[in-house]
Every structure is written in structure tokens, then in C-alpha cells.
Design a protein around this ligand. Structure first.
Ligand SMILES: [Fe+2]
Length: 169
């Protein structure tokens, strides 16, 4: 985080994404699915590592972050970082994996607060789409995908999406 000048607000966001992702991952593990907790923690803390350098460019911070992982020999989490904004592949039937958990956890933290997917969508539309119809459509498509991921995760989990805020305190 220090090496790439991560801003304090992005650090705070990443720490909360890590907490949400860990709670989900632990429960998924208890259900007998093989999830690496160290990949969850590292992936969540580092998912926005490309953000600072992309703030004033139009570069894709997820792709940039993935490159940073590879350059620093964190190959195991490069794919998690690359796909944290938009999943490149999603199998609704396969076992839950680490990148789906980070992708979902990131959509449940707005700044450093736990929110619903709908609240996060609302904020992203305001901050990023700014009335651009094409962007608005792409963002809505991605959140429709996120609802599918939510369904997949919570088919395994023993709590509800709304319980998450209370679980991480
Ligand atoms: Fe991000």
C-alpha cells in the first residue's frame, strides 16, 4: 500500500472489503468448499492497488492492479484483482471461488460502510455514469451479474445479505 501511494480513504475501503470477504469466506469454507483465506485477505487488501496511479488517467485500475501484483510476484492474486470490478467468467453452477467473494464484497462496501448492492449501484451511477447512457447500461448489467453472484454465495451461506453489517460490527 505504501509503495504504490494508496490513499487513506482507499485503505479504509480495502480494510472493510477484507472484513466482509473474510466473514463470507469463513462460512463458505465451513460448508466444505475449498477457499484460501490468505488469498481472500491479500486479494481484498490489495484489490485497489492500481487505483492511485489511475486516478488522473483513463486507465483500467483493475488491469493496472493485476500488473502490479505480477511485478511484485503476487501472481496468485493477480486474477482476483483483475476481475474485482467485472468478472470475466462466471459459472453459476461451479464451486464458489475467491474472486467471486472479493468481487461481491467490494460491491457491499461503499467507501468504508457496509451497504446493499442497490445502494452501491445508486452511488456508482451518480459518481461514474453521470447521465452517460452507455455507461449507465454497462454498470447496470454488471450489477445484474452481481445479484447472480449474491444468489450463488447465499445459497451456501447460513445468513442473509442484510445480516452482513451486523456481523462485522
Ligand atoms: Fe476497485
Amino acid at each position: 500500500m505504501g509503495k504504490y501511494g494508496m490513499l487513506e480513504n482507499i485503505k479504509a475501503h480495502s480494510i472493510m472489503v477484507e472484513r466482509v470477504a473474510s466473514v463470507i469466506a469463513m462460512e463458505i469454507k465451513k460448508a466444505g468448499i475449498d477457499i484460501s483465506m490468505s488469498m481472500i485477505t491479500a486479494g481484498a487488501l490489495i484489490h485497489d492497488i492500481g487505483k492511485t496511479s489511475c486516478l488522473n488517467t483513463r486507465d483500467d485500475h483493475a488491469a493496472k492492479g493485476s500488473d502490479i501484483c505480477v511485478m511484485n510476484h503476487f501472481e496468485e492474486i493477480a486474477e482476483i484483482v483483475k476481475e474485482h470490478v467485472i468478472l470475466e467468467t462466471f459459472d453459476s453452477q461451479g464451486d464458489v471461488n475467491e474472486k467471486e467473494i472479493i468481487y461481491y464484497a467490494d460491491k457491499r462496501i461503499n467507501h468504508d460502510k457496509v451497504v446493499s448492492i442497490d445502494e452501491r449501484l445508486e452511488d456508482i451511477l451518480i459518481r461514474y455514469a453521470k447521465g452517460n447512457e452507455r455507461l449507465e447500461r454497462l454498470i447496470k448489467e454488471n450489477f445484474a451479474q452481481c445479484r447472480e453472484v449474491e444468489k450463488k454465495l447465499f445459497a451456501v451461506l447460513s445468513f442473509m445479505p442484510d445480516d452482513l453489517a451486523g456481523m462485522i460490527g
